[in-house]
Design a binder for this molecule. Structure first.
Ligand code: AMP
Length: 226
């Protein structure tokens, strides 16, 4: 149950204590049930949370028509500005991969960096950066891919991806899966293995499993439409 709901329940108990008349108590209870139903309907229809502790839907900022008309942008920077939510997210990652034998974490620029860095540090494994084209000075693997909006190229230093190692790829959100697929391909180019894929948010209605389903993608919350 999220913190908001706990406050709401406390308020309800207080109101019930103060109301002397049975009729008033009944009205308060009825109001509570209507509000609760409306709220759970909203969650059921729009998103599915895969965690029990905190409702990340309350934390993730939604920006309509960004970066272009028709796109609903799920802005996870509102998790980074909320230490409780940030800590919760990293702990969830640790729990998901607690039994996974992992040799490194590959982070996708740029919000993926912020998730992957504390995770790799806690796991005690190397953090490898997948950067936008032209940023890395050494010899690189390169892959281009299509986005929900536009296209792009990512690069990884060849020296950072030794063969025969197992990597988890981390980004903030999976839309079509093209970005993560490009990084998975670079890991394969290096003759290494993809141990898993993690993102906070998934948009399964964009059918990302067609591209990256075989890499066991994990998300904390899925949205079912824009
Ligand atoms: P895709 O390659 O289609 O899975 O797109 C995923 C990448 O694009 C991630 O790095 C996201 O940060 C970004 N992205 C795509 N769609 C959205 C969206 N609706 N809200 C926020 N970020 C998005």
């Amino acid at each position: 149950m999220c913190v908001k709901n706990i406050y709401f329940l406390k308020l309800l108990v207080k109101l019930l204590d103060y109301s002397k008349y049975i009729q008033i108590k009944k009205i308060i209870l009825a109001c509570f049930l209507v509000i609760k139903k409306t709220r759970s309907n909203k969650i059921m229809s729009n998103c599915t949370s895969h965690t029990k502790g905190m409702d990340l839907d309350d934390v993730i900022r939604k920006v309509p028509n960004f970066p272009k008309p028709g796109i609903l942008f799920y802005d996870v920077t509102s998790i980074f500005t909320n230490p409780q939510a940030f800590d919760y997210t990293i702990n969830q990652m640790m729990e998901i991969y607690s039994k996974e034998q992992v040799d490194g974490v590959v982070a996708i620029e740029s919000r993926g960096f912020l998730l992957a860095a504390p995770f790799a540090l806690k796991k005690g494994v190397p953090l490898v950066l997948a950067r936008k084209k032209g940023k890395l000075p050494g010899l690189t693997y390169q892959r281009s891919y299509d986005l929900e909006y536009g296209s792009a190229t990512l690069e990884i230093h060849k020296a950072d991806l030794p063969a025969n190692k197992r990597y988890i790829i981390v980004d903030d959100l999976i839309a079509t899966g093209g970005t993560l697929e490009a990084v998975a391909m670079m890991i394969k180019d290096a003759k290494a293995e993809v141990a898993g894929i993690f993102s906070i948010v998934g948009l399964p209605f964009l059918n990302y499993k067609n591209k990256i389903g075989s890499y066991n993608p994990k998300t904390l919350i899925d949205y079912h439409g824009e």
